[in-house]
Design a protein around this ligand. Structure first.
Ligand SMILES: Cc1ncc(COP(=O)(O)O)c(C=O)c1O
Length: 429
């Protein structure tokens, strides 16, 4: 599309579904003509500072020349070819990098096309592993409340039942074992009773549970809960003690966002299965991966089926693999840890909201900043205000949060933080 072409909003409203919205009373959508660095340009010619990195993905900002060059080069060679019976260098290069940067025990990679699908694959791996060991009773998953793992059905079945409206699909969704959400907060004291409580669930349910699935350290879309690393350590220990696999969903937290390359590193825990996505391609294309150990991969392969039963059409898409490789190289070359430390420092400006009566809590971890309010936010109203302030922030529930591109300047982060403060104090929500 050329930047001057007018975006047909009437057609959009009549025919196109947007995420989590109604066809008859949709929330407004803002027509965007282009993006560059940490800026989103609207048709109405406003330029917005991006506080969302397109839902955790655009970590290097938009239109990065290195990522664009990687894609151009790959388009000229091969955009796509089926992965069944064929392999190619972009997939091999990417998987080498993934094996190198993820926890040491993870060495077998399944490439999939979105975060939710990576979670589906992880669940299949866990179920097939136990079947391969002749254990037929382990058909359920265990997971904390307030989790979010995606919108396909198996992923939805392990999301928080209230937030993801399980009641809509009851009778269709499998029922799993939910444990209380982690309570002890990151940076505070760990309450050992949480571990004891978890232990009770393992004692009671381990015979029917194939795997425990959890977002490490940050529960994201389910409430932006920054929890204590010892909670994850307790889960790892109980999984070992009770023969339950540990699936860590790093789809949102991976690639440096929490201040570690992967959030599991805060707890020094190695999962049995790990899902990554979102920032994998630097926010340019959809791609995800599920990694596991040799033990699990070999178990599955020597089991009754002999194969892992999954194989999407766009598996290992060369274009996505090439740009993902370039994004990982960029991350390392640009010293992501320094970028996140600077972002973290700039996000401290959110603490100006701390004492406000409308604010329950302000929390900051790595490149994530959250302001939790005491009442539910009117998204339409607050977004109108944010646009007038030249920022792009999309709150949900009672939460206003920032996870900007790593390249954002301190000044731009200040503008984002000030807009949040003004939205609250001016009652624009
Ligand atoms: C932790 C986590 N897992 C899985 C997903 C689903 O990823 P996708 O939207 O790419 O399917 C998300 C998306 O927000 C997520 O935050």
């Amino acid at each position: 599309m050329n930047k001057k072409q007018t975006i047909d909003l009437d057609f959009d409203r009549q025919h196109i579904w947007h995420p989590y919205t109604s066809m008859t009373q949709p929330l407004p959508v803002y027509p965007v003509t282009h993006t560059q660095d940490n800026k989103i340009f609207l048709q109405s010619s406003e330029c917005l500072i991006d506080g969302m990195a397109s839902w955790w993905s655009a970590i290097h900002g938009y239109g990065h020349p290195v990522l664009k060059a990687a894609m151009h080069q790959q388009v000229d060679t091969m955009s796509h070819v089926m992965f069944g019976g064929i392999t190619h260098q972009p997939a091999i290069d990417l998987c080498k990098k993934l094996v190198a940067i993820t926890p040491n025990n993870l060495e077998k990679v399944f490439l999939a096309d979105s975060g939710s699908v990576a979670v589906e694959v992880a669940i299949k791996m866990a179920l097939q592993y136990w079947l391969s060991q002749g254990v037929t009773g382990k058909q359920k998953l265990m997971t904390p409340l307030k989790g979010y793992h995606g919108d396909t059905f198996a992923a939805t079945s392990v999301c928080d039942p209230i937030n993801s409206m399980h009641s809509l699909y009851s009778g269709f969704l499998p029922e799993h074992v939910f444990v209380p959400a982690p309570e002890s907060q990151f940076g505070q004291q760990f309450n050992q009773q949480e571990a004891a409580q978890l232990s009770d669930y393992f004692v009671k349910h381990h015979k029917e549970v194939a795997a425990f699935i959890i977002e490490p350290i940050v529960q994201n879309a389910g409430g932006m809960n920054f929890y204590h690393p010892e909670y994850l350590q307790a889960v790892r220990q109980l999984c070992n003690d009770y023969d339950v696999l540990l699936i860590c969903d790093e789809i949102a937290t991976g690639f440096g966002r929490t201040g570690k390359m992967f959030a599991v590193e805060h707890s020094q825990v190695e999962p049995d299965i790990m899902c990554i996505g979102k920032a994998l391609t630097g926010g340019t294309m959809t791609l995800s991966a599920t990694l596991t150990t040799a033990k699990i991969a070999i178990g599955i392969s020597e089991g009754e089926a002999g194969v892992l039963m999954h194989g999407p059409t766009f598996m290992g898409n060369p274009l996505a693999c090439a740009v993902a490789s370039a994004s990982i190289d960029l991350l390392v070359e640009q010293d992501w840890a320094k970028q996140i430390a600077e972002l973290n420092h700039a996000l401290e400006s959110l603490t100006q909201c701390s004492g406000l009566p409308q604010v329950k809590n302000v929390r900051i971890l790595g490149g994530i900043g959250v302001v939790e309010l005491t009442r539910v936010i009117d998204v339409e109203k607050i977004q109108r205000f944010f646009i007038s302030q030249g920022v792009w922030i999309r709150p949900f529930g009672k939460l206003i949060y920032l996870m900007p591109p790593y390249i954002s300047s301190e000044q731009d982060i200040n503008t984002l933080c000030n807009a949040i403060y003004d939205a609250i104090t001016g009652d624009h929500y």
